[in-house]
Write a protein that binds this ligand. Structure first.
Ligand code: NAD
Length: 477
C-alpha cells in the first residue's frame, strides 16, 4: 500500500426499497437527458473539457487509486499503473488528440444512379449512455468506456462494481468534480441498483462483465431497443505449437496468467500442447513463476489476491478431484491461491467448461496443432486466442481456421493495448468493439446524409415509365 494514503471507507450503502431505487434512477437519467437535450454535449469543446477532466482526475488520484486497488485486490502498485491507470490516461489522451478528426463528416462517393448530389456520414452523439463495469480492472474498465462515451458527446451514467468498493467509492466521490455534473452521474451499487438502472431507457448500454449477466443486460435493452456493446468473458485458449520457442512462451503465458492473479477477461484460460513439448513447457512455466515471484509465492508483493471469499471458494472448488502438477496452495483468510497447473483434466470437468478467472492453468495434451484447432472450434468462440509458434504456416492455420474476438501471436494480453486495434468479443464472448476510433464510432450515431441539388430535376425516375426510361433505369441501377 502506498504511504500517506488513507484507507477508503467503502461501507455498503443502506438498503433502499425497489420503488425508491426506480424513482431515484429515473430522476438521475431524466436530469442527464435534460442536459443532453440542451445540445451542450455536442460541442467539441465540451467533449475536450470532459476528457481533460478525466486525465486530470486520473493524474491527481494516481496514488489514491493505486491504494484503493491494493485494498480491493491486493494489486501490486506497478500492475495498478500498467494495467489500469496508465492505459486509461493514454486512451483519454489519444481520443482527445484525434477527436476533431473522427467527428468530422466522412465523405462518401456516389454511384451513377444516386448522382447528382453529395453524401456524407456525420457522427452524432447518441444521448444518455449507461456504462456498467466489472471489478477486475476497476479503473481501466470504467475509464476506457467512459472516454469513448464522452468523446462521442454523450451524457453518461456510470455504475462501477460493488466488488471493488474502495476503488468504486473513490471514483464516485472524486470524479464528478472534474466533469460536467449535469451530464455525468456515478452511481454505486450492486444488482438491485443495476436492475433499477436497466429498467430506464438509455440510448446506449456499454456492459463489461460475465456472459450470464450480459444476457440479462441485453434482455433489458431489448425493451427499449437500446443498442448494446457487450464485453463478456469465456475461456481464452493458448495453442503452443511444436515449433514454439518454449522458454519465451512459458514466460509470456505465466505472466498473462499471473497478472491480477489470473482475474483477467483475456487471461490464458488453458493450454493445448502436444506430448512432444508438454513436459518441457510445464517445467518452463514453473520456472517462470518461480523467477517472477520467488519460491514462496504467497509472500511475494508482486502477486495479487482473489477478489472475494465466494470467488476463492469457487476456485478452490474447481480443483476438487484433480491431481495438481504444480501449486494448489491456498489460504482462505487472505484469499491467496497459488499459480497452479493441472495436467489433462477431463474435458467435461468444471475446470474445462467454466471460465476459470483465477491462477489455475490446465494443460491439455493434443496430438498436434490441427487437433488443437479442432478442440477450440468444438467450444464457444473465445474472447482471445493465443498461439505460440515460430512456424508461419502453423500460425496462419490457427488464425484462419478459428474464430475469436482477438488473437495475440507469440504473447498474451498485449493485443488489448494498441489504441487502434479494435477490442471486443464474438458470439458468447461479446459484441461490438471499442478503443480508439472503434469506441468513438460505437458510441456515435453514424448518420448518413445525402444532399441533392434543389433545382436540378431528375425526371427519369418519375412515372410514367416508358420503354426508354425503363431501359435507361435498368442500365444505371
Ligand atoms: P458480473 O457480470 O458479475 O458483474 C459486472 C457488473 O454487472 C457489475 O457492475 C455488477 O454489479 C453488475 N451485475 C451483476 N449481476 C447483475 C444482474 N443480475 N443484473 C444487472 N447487473 C448485474 O462480472 P464480474 O464478476 O464483475 O466480472 C467478471 C466477468 O467479466 C468475467 O466473466 C470476465 O471475463 C468478464 N470481463 C470481460 C471483460 C471484457 O473486456 N470482455 C473485461 C473484464 C471482465
Amino acid at each position: 500500500m502506498p504511504e500517506n494514503v488513507a484507507t477508503i471507507d467503502a461501507t455498503p450503502q443502506p438498503e433502499r426499497s425497489k420503488s425508491d431505487l426506480s424513482d431515484q434512477m429515473s430522476a438521475a437519467v431524466e436530469r442527464l437527458r435534460a442536459r443532453f437535450g440542451t445540445g451542450v454535449t455536442r460541442s467539441l469543446e465540451w467533449r475536450e473539457k470532459q476528457l481533460d477532466g478525466v486525465i486530470a482526475f486520473l493524474e491527481d488520484h494516481t496514488s489514491a487509486l493505486t491504494a484503493a486497488m491494493h485494498q480491493d485486490l491486493g494489486r501490486p502498485a506497478l500492475e495498478a499503473w500498467i494495467a489500469d491507470i496508465g492505459p486509461s490516461i493514454a486512451e483519454a489522451k489519444y481520443v482527445r488528440k484525434n477527436l476533431r478528426k473522427w467527428a468530422k463528416p466522412r465523405k462518401v462517393s456516389l454511384s451513377i444512379a444516386t448522382q447528382p448530389g453529395k453524401a456524407r456520414i456525420v457522427p452524432e452523439p447518441l444521448g444518455v449512455a449507461l456504462i456498467i463495469a466489472p471489478w477486475n480492472y476497476p479503473v481501466n474498465l470504467v475509464f476506457e468506456p467512459l472516454v469513448a462515451a464522452l468523446g462521442a458527446g454523450n451524457a453518461v451514467v456510470l455504475k462501477p462494481s460493488e466488488l471493488s468498493p474502495a476503488t468504486s467509492t473513490l471514483i464516485a466521490r472524486e470524479l464528478p468534480s472534474y466533469l460536467d455534473r449535469e451530464a455525468v452521474a456515478v452511481i454505486e451499487g450492486a444488482v438491485d441498483v443495476s436492475t433499477a438502472l436497466l429498467e430506464q431507457r438509455f440510448d446506449h448500454i456499454f456492459f463489461t462483465g460475465s456472459t450470464n449477466v450480459g444476457r440479462i443486460v441485453m434482455r433489458a435493452a431489448a425493451e427499449h431497443l437500446t443498442p448494446v456493446l457487450l464485453e463478456l468473458g469465456g475461456k481464452s485458449p493458448v495453442i503452443v505449437d511444436d515449433d514454439a520457442n518454449i522458454a519465451a512462451a512459458a514466460n509470456r503465458i505465466a505472466w498473462g496468467k499471473g497478472l491480477n492473479a489470473g482475474q483477467t477477461c483475456i487471461a490464458p484460460d488453458y493450454v493445448l500442447v502436444s506430448e512432444r513439448r508438454r513436459d518441457e513447457l510445464v517445467d518452463a512455466l514453473v520456472a517462470a513463476w518461480s523467477n517472477f515471484y520467488g519460491r514462496d509465492i504467497e509472500s511475494s508483493a508482486d502477486f495479487g489476491r482473489i477478489v472475494s471469499d465466494r470467488h476463492h471458494r469457487r476456485l478452490t472448488g474447481l480443483l476438487d478431484g484433480h491431481e495438481v502438477a504444480f501449486g494448489g496452495g491456498s489460504t482462505s483468510e487472505t484469499r491467496y491461491l497459488s499459480p497452479t497447473i493441472v495436467v489433462d483434466p477431463s474435458p467435461a470437468s468444471d475446470l474445462m467448461t467454466e471460465e476459470i478467472f483465477g491462477p489455475i492453468l490446465p494443460i491439455v495434451t493434443v496430438a498436434d496443432t490441427d487437433h488443437a484447432i479442432q478442440f477450440v472450434n468444438e467450444r464457444p468462440k473465445p474472447l482471445a486466442l493465443y498461439v505460440f509458434s515460430e512456424n508461419g504456416d502453423a500460425v496462419d492455420r490457427v488464425t484462419s481456421q478459428t474464430s475469436s474476438g482477438g488473437v495475440c501471436v507469440n504473447h498474451t494480453l498485449f493485443h488489448f493495448s494498441p489504441h487502434d486495434l479494435a477490442f471486443g468479443g464474438v458470439g458468447p464472448s461479446g459484441m461490438g468493439r471499442y478503443h480508439g476510433q472503434a469506441g468513438f464510432d460505437a458510441l456515435s450515431n453514424l448518420k448518413g446524409i445525402l444532399t441533392k441539388p434543389a433545382g436540378l430535376e431528375t425526371s427519369i425516375i418519375y412515372p410514367p415509365y416508358g420503354k426508354l426510361k425503363s431501359r435507361l433505369l435498368r442500365l444505371v441501377t
